[in-house]
Ligand binder design. Sequence first.
Ligand code: GLN
Length: 548
Amino acid sequence: MTKYIFVTGGVTSSLGKGIISASLAKLLQARGFKVTIQKFDPYINVDPGTLNPYEHGECYVTEDGAETDLDLGHYERFLNIYTTQANNVTTGRIYQSVINKEREGAYLGKTVQVIPHITDEIKRRMQMLSSSGYDIIITEIGGTVGDIESLPFIEAVRQLQWELPEGDCIVVHLTLVPYLKAAKELKTKPTQHSVKMMSENGVHPDIIVCRTEQSISNELKSKIALFCNVKPDSVIEAADASSIYEVPLLMQEQQLDVIVLKKLNITWFPEPDLSVWKGFLTKLKNPKTKVTIGLIGKYIELQDAYKSILEAFIHAGAINECKVQVKDIHSEFITPENVKQKLEGLDGLLVAPGFGHRGIDGKILAVQYARENGLPFFGICLGMQMSVIEFARNVLKLPQAHSTEMDANTPDPVIDLMEAQKAITSKGGTMRLGAYPCKLEKDSLAYRIYGSEMISERHRHRWEFNNTYLDRMQKAGLKASGVNPETNLVEIVEIENHPFFIGVQYHPELKSTVENPHPIFVHFVKAAKEYAQKKEPRSNEVLSSEMI
Ligand code: GLN
């Protein structure tokens, strides 16, 4: 019963296959279909958990604790559904399972080869989610057509097209139609080449989606259709959008969903209900106020490293009818001398997650500034740990307090390696990962934010709050307002006599979606708005003196 849509990419990487896939899925979902998206990545890492954010952007964690590609974040944010380990498969994982089977003797003495064994495993995984009752599964193939490493995936698609009943499987190919300034022309040749290359591998696209900076005329669409062997109405323009959240509507204008459904032999479908989505977009585009949030991190050169945080701010900003301008501040360059100058003028401060000691001192200084100046503060994972260290050093007067991640010999390990982590040496998939419950204290900021006593949030870390210091911290004003009911691990800390100061050991940004903006982000933006309003006269002064 399940229908399959494969999304491939040509010409260059970074064309936004993930956003196109998510937008198409959104339109189909809005028409009442049960849809999911999965991503097949051609690299050898078993999952992106061991990749440096500079390599591949943020590592997105699912409820079931899978460390996945950041496109899964887009899928969840657009569709408001959970994805799982099965939604992200790499070449490494495919080979790992084939090799494990070979060691078990499952191939009965046969020579194990790319075709059929690797391609069979790819096909099995491409169809795996059909047992979950989806009407349509969209599979995004990572990489660019023509790469050696994506060949087995393309071959698996070729085979599936023959094996599945006619009309159950289509291919959408995303290409680039560049504009050549000197010639004042949009060029179709790269698209022709990439379609040709795919055809050489036996797969022919049913629909071509063209990324472009300029509008594509009907004449040009006909040209692409003619040379690439598709119907003119199957050439879809994907012009640059001001926000990724506009793309579903742009695709709807181009009738991408209708063409897809027809090609899948689905002839009856209701009108899409996109009212919530459109309401969100209206608010997003018409903010009434503006706040500036400082994002303190060490990967700030690369926007993708904090993708989910940035998107969560967009969701929270829209609901607050407030434009959230995120100012990236490199923690490595914050010093006691320049901290005031760097952070002055902000309406809120978010200290980002991270690993290792680089940029740690800057993060601690930033927390101190926020705590002492009543600046709304939000610490995520490492950011929360930094707030605990700062409090220990400057309020409890334990000047050498630290996390044993950065200083194994600190006399005051206020953040320490979790007991369960102590014997672990292997890196991939071994952190505390995925959803865990947390119980909130009734009289707390956290409870006011969430409005319920039991919550569940996703984790990705090895270190934790050291409960030996809990009493002292609480007495001095750093409250543990959220605790794991089974293990007693502290999940949330907050400071009472502060307008908004919260640190969370988990990653709330991973659960923020267009339809369900995350409550901490929503309240943080609200607090930043209030802070901005209060300081308004002062910031005007600063502005005018600067202008003079
Ligand atoms: N490095 C810290 C830990 O492992 C924090 C991790 C994070 O910020 N995700 O506990």
